[in-house]
Design a protein around this ligand. Structure first.
Ligand code: GRF
Length: 242
C-alpha cells in the first residue's frame, strides 16, 4: 500500500521549529531500524541545532525508523517500491513528496534502495548518505565482514554527498574505529554504529550552517575543528628516538 501516515495532530518535535523558524528543513529516508535517524532526531531536539526534520519517508511499512519518528512527532510517509512499475516511477513519487515537504536537504539513513540518476541529479549537492566503511574502501554491502576478512586495523564510517555512482560521492566526514582481533561483524558493526551516530548529526550541522562547499571530489569545510594526531592500532610499543 502506498500510505501516508502524516501525523499532523501529534505533539510537536521536541525543542524544534515553529513556522518561520530559521532551522533548515530536512527529510530523512529510512528502510530499517533507524538508529542514525534517532541520532538526527536527538540532535534536532537541541535548541541550537540548525536543522529540523520535516519528513521521514520509508519504502518499508514496518521500518523501525518510522516508529522513532512518530514518537518524536515527526510526519512520516510510507511509499512501497514494489507497487511501482519502475525505479524511475518510484523515485519520481518520492521526489514529489520530499519536495512537497519543503526539505532543503535529504539524508539517506539506511535507505536500502539504489537511486535513479534523475533523482540523484534533482538533489545534487543536497543529498547525503552515511556508509559503514572508510570509503573508498568497502563500498556496497557486508562491509564489516569484508573489513575483518581483509585484515584492516581500522574500520569506520563515512558521510558523503550522493552521486550517481554508488558510495562514491565527495566525503564530508569520516570516523575510524579500531578492528579488534576477536571482532565479529556484529561487534565491529556496533562499534562503527556508535561512531555513525556521532558524525551524521555533525555533517548535517555543517551543511545547515552553510559551511560545506564541494570542489570536484573535495569537500571544503569552513573553519573546521583541528583534527587529532595519528591513531595507531595496535598501539606502538616503540617510541621514535630523536
Ligand atoms: C547504517 O550502518 C548505515 O551506515 C547504513 O545502513 C545502516 C542503517 O542503520 N547505510 P540504521 O537504520 O540507521 O540503524
Amino acid at each position: 500500500m502506498i500510505g501516508n501516515t502524516s501525523n499532523q495532530g501529534a505533539p510537536s518535535q521536541r525543542g524544534v521549529e515553529r513556522p518561520g523558524s530559521r532551522k533548515m528543513p530536512i527529510a530523512v529516508l529510512v528502510s530499517g531500524r533507524g538508529s542514525n535517524l534517532q541520532a538526527l532526531i536527538d540532535a534536532c531536539a537541541l535548541p541550537d541545532f540548525p536543522a529540523r526534520i520535516v519528513l521521514v519517508l520509508s519504502n518499508v511499512a514496518d521500518a523501525g525508523g518510522l516508529a522513532r519518528a512518530e514518537r518524536a512527532g515527526i510526519p512520516t510517509q510510507v511509499l512501497e517500491h514494489r507497487l511501482f512499475a519502475s525505479r524511475q516511477a518510484f523515485d519520481a513519487e518520492m521526489q514529489r513528496r520530499i519536495d512537497a515537504s519543503g526539505a532543503a536537504l535529504v539524508c539517506l539513513a539506511g535507505f536500502m534502495r539504489l537511486l535513479s540518476p534523475e533523482f540523484v541529479a534533482h538533489y545534487a549537492g543536497r543529498l547525503i548518505n552515511i556508509h559503514p566503511s572508510l570509503l573508498p574502501a568497502f563500498p556496497g554491502l557486508r562491509t564489516h565482514e569484508r573489513a575483518i576478512a581483509a585484515g584492516v586495523r581500522f574500520a569506520g564510517c563515512t558521510v558523503h554527498f550522493v552521486v550517481a555512482e554508488v558510495d562514491a560521492g565527495p566525503i564530508i566526514v569520516q570516523a575510524a574505529v579500531p578492528v579488534h582481533g576477536d571482532d565479529t561483524p556484529d561487534t565491529l558493526g556496533a562499534r562503527v554504529l556508535d561512531a555513525e551516530r556521532r558524525i551524521y548529526p555533525q555533517a548535517v550541522r555543517w551543511f545547515a550552517e552553510g559551511r560545506l562547499t564541494v570542489e570536484g571530489k573535495i569537500v571544503k569545510i569552513a573553519a573546521p575543528p583541528a583534527a587529532p594526531g595519528a591513531a595507531i592500532n595496535p598501539p606502538t610499543e616503540v617510541r621514535p628516538q630523536r
